[in-house]
Ligand binder design. Structure first.
Ligand code: PXG
Length: 292
């Protein structure tokens, strides 16, 4: 069956889903997006994703030409049209077609498109063995310039960090902020566990307000009855953590066992990490809007 793409209110065949070369999303990375998961016919935390999309759009003074309800219907319609029960949704709003100047006032109408696809899952082995990370020289964008809470189409900051990790044959990079505090990875938030306290960097360090990050904070507090702190920490704290893991829509909860050549604790996924991994997976089975 041919893939159907939602483009400005219509479902069109993939071959016809085209955006102008004058779209400022392409010319300047001027736009916002979301990556969303569907699990067995349920869309996970869709309202939180839509809230973040609209917050990102407002932060860049982009008026989305549809209501949240209409976008929600668009997401559901696109999943159904492609008969996807478990998969990944990419929801994008660009500034729209303009001229070659960067002034967004010349862009008449933002473009909205939605792609529903199968998801490339990380190998299950990584969840059993854990990831190795490296810190990279590329600093996370400073919030005073481009706030990393804006999930914008300009991902060069993260791509540069990913390139650095790749050059060292490492799967993922830890990004620090300009003051040397741990921020996040290129497409995932980071957590450490120390003395049974779960710690993740606060937003002012410069991190995306991850939906998975928020979900894990809630699970840790409510199901594991852990103390959770949003607190700054450095590489020293990473190296001396009892446990470390990443969170993201694609990765869910994934353990980290080595950073910059230093083994984290025993070099195996930690107990709390394993419990949160399981709690998260259980939650995806019974939470979210049913679409079939
Ligand atoms: N930090 C950054 C910089 C992200 O881009 C997350 C954290 C996790 O947020 P959620 O809401 O998903 O828990 C993201 C999300 C990819 C990819 O292919 C990842 C994201 C977006 C697009 C693609 O790895 N990240």
């Amino acid at each position: 069956m041919a893939q159907k793409i939602y483009l400005n209110g219509k479902l069109v065949p993939r071959e016809e889903a085209k955006i102008s070369v004058f779209d400022h999303g392409l010319l300047y990375g001027d736009g916002v997006f979301e990556g969303i998961r569907a699990y067995d016919g349920r869309v996970f935390r869709l309202s939180q994703h839509l809230d973040r999309l609209y917050d990102s759009a407002r932060a860049i003074a982009l008026k989305i030409p549809m209501s949240k309800k209409e976008i929600e219907q668009g997401v559901i319609q696109t999943l159904r049209a492609n008969n996807i029960k478990s998969g990944y949704v990419r929801l994008v709003v660009t500034r729209g077609e303009g001229d070659l100047g960067l002034d967004p006032r010349n862009c008449e109408k933002p473009s909205v498109f939605i792609i529903a696809d199968k998801i490339e899952l990380y190998p299950e082995e990584l969840y059993k063995k854990g990831l190795e990370l490296v810190t990279v020289a590329t600093k996370r964008n400073i919030p005073e310039a481009i706030d990393p809470r804006i999930k914008s189409l300009n991902y060069l900051n993260n791509i540069l960090a990913k390139i650095e990790a790749g050059l060292q044959n490492m799967p993922e990079a830890v990004m620090l902020n300009k003051d040397g505090y741990v921020a996040e990875c290129t497409g995932d938030n980071i957590f450490i566990v120390k003395d049974n306290v779960l710690i993740t960097p606060p937003f002012y360090v410069g991190v995306l307000a991850g939906i998975t990050r928020q979900t894990v904070i809630e699970l840790a507090r409510e199901k594991l009855e852990l103390l959770v702190k949003e607190e700054v920490f450095t590489r020293f704290h990473l190296y001396n953590a009892d446990e470390c893991f990443l969170t993201g829509t694609a990765a869910e909860v994934i353990p980290v066992v080595k950073i910059d050549g230093r083994q984290i604790a025993e070099g195996k996924p930690g107990k709390i990490t394993n419990r949160l991994m399981k709690e998260f997976r259980d939650l995806t089975k019974d939470e979210g809007i049913k679409i079939y």
